[in-house]
Design a protein around this ligand. Structure first.
Ligand SMILES: Nc1ncnc2c1ncn2[C@@H]1O[C@H](COP(=O)(O)OP(=O)(O)OP(=O)(O)O)[C@@H](O)[C@H]1O
Ligand SMILES: [Mg+2]
Length: 335
């Protein structure tokens, strides 16, 4: 039996704006297995969060459209989330119980006017738990598990009474209380200082070891990816331009964009930030994008007539490692 929990195939998420069609996610495919962490990296605006929101089916109903397949696999078969009504019972049931999400800013997940405990317990009530005492017991046990001191007291506090790190832990508790099979983490530690960040990352790894969750971990911080991911998808302008194991992406990067991202992380011992290479320019807005390599406008290896002519095919470099770049297409390899 395959361990694949989520399989995304040719996902497109478009926003219809007055100016035209914004192709935030433009043909993305990947799979995540039980017990594994897929890291998604890319600069701001590449479509990482919209990919996550599409899987949760929480993109704005009026202006967005989601197409392609988002297969959630079970022992007894698979459900295509892309086909579900985002407000329907089935999707509501999957959210939280099967797929849960944690955000960069816990206040987006918590309501300020209810206690942390009531919000964590609410998830249990929505999904069928009826006994208040049992729910409270489970919530306290979970707050304890995620490292909240004096959980029997903290459970009755409001989110604003907790420190940033505590709020993040509480949000993780709320996300995992129903033992989801897939946890989506969208920049979960970006707002935290490094010590708390390390604690939260350790906590997520431990929870994964205990529960066998598949994790989709979104960040623009390659240092965090190196620490967390088994596989890495490098996203640029709504597309995955390179995919591989952590080792393949960090040690044998192929795409000029991946190489650029890696050059922009400080190396241990090099404190002089001045010499850090950055990729010139910024990510454009994908409004009516041309059918070409999305990175063409910023690439140092740009080949006129090729890179701007069409989207390069995926080329397999080695098992599990693919890149979409004309430099690696068989007809263009220079010997
Ligand atoms: N609700 C929305 N309506 C219209 N456009 C949107 C909406 N949400 C996102 N976008 C656009 O979709 C593109 C992808 O955005 P997304 O938030 O997924 O980027 P990201 O990779 O998560 O960036 P960051 O690292 O800054 O979080 C951007 O061009 C963004 O402006
Ligand atoms: Mg984002």
């Amino acid at each position: 039996m395959s361990d694949v929990v989520l399989e995304v195939k040719d996902l497109h998420t478009y926003f219809e704006l007055e100016e035209g069609t914004l192709k935030a996610v433009n043909g993305v495919s990947f799979a995540i297995k039980k017990n594994r962490t897929l890291g998604i990296v890319g600069e701001s605006g590449c479509g990482k969060s919209v990919t996550a929101q599409s899987i949760m089916r929480i993109t704005p109903k009026k202006t967005s459209s989601v197409s392609g397949q988002i297969m959630l696999h079970h022992d007894f078969g698979a459900i295509d989330i892309a086909q579900l009504d985002e407000d329907g019972d089935q999707m509501r049931d999957l959210r939280g119980r099967e797929i849960a999400m944690i955000f960069q800013e816990p206040m987006t997940a918590f309501s300020p006017v209810h206690t942390v405990g009531n919000q964590i317990m609410e998830a249990l009530f929505v999904h069928g738990e009826t006994d208040k005492k049992t729910a409270r017991k489970r919530a306290i046990a979970l707050l304890d598990e995620v490292g909240i001191p004096a959980p029997e007291r903290r459970i009755d506090e409001y989110p604003f009474q907790l420190s940033g790190g505590m709020r993040q832990r509480s949000m993780i508790a709320m996300a995992i209380i129903l033992n989801p099979r897939l946890l989506i983490a969208d920049e979960p530690t970006t707002a935290l200082d490094v010590t708390i960040q390390a604690q939260i990352l350790r906590l997520m790894k431990r929870l994964q070891r205990d529960n066998g969750m598949a994790i989709m971990f979104i960040t623009h911080d390659l240092g965090v990816i190196a620490n967390m991911a088994d596989d890495v998808a490098v996203m640029y302008l709504g597309k995955i331009v390179e995919f591989g194991s952590l080792h393949q992406i960090f040690k044998e990067p192929k795409h000029p964009y991946t190489k650029g991202l890696l050059r922009s992380i400080p190396k241990f011992g090099e404190t002089d930030g001045k010499h850090l290479a950055t990729i010139k320019g910024t990510v454009p807005v994908p409004l009516n994008p041309p059918d070409a390599c999305p990175f063409a406008s910023r690439c140092s290896e740009f080949i006129p007539g090729k890179c701007d002519a069409r989207m390069p095919d995926a080329v397999t470099i080695s098992p599990g490692h693919t890149v979409n770049c004309v430099l690696y297409e068989p007809t263009n390899i220079q010997t």
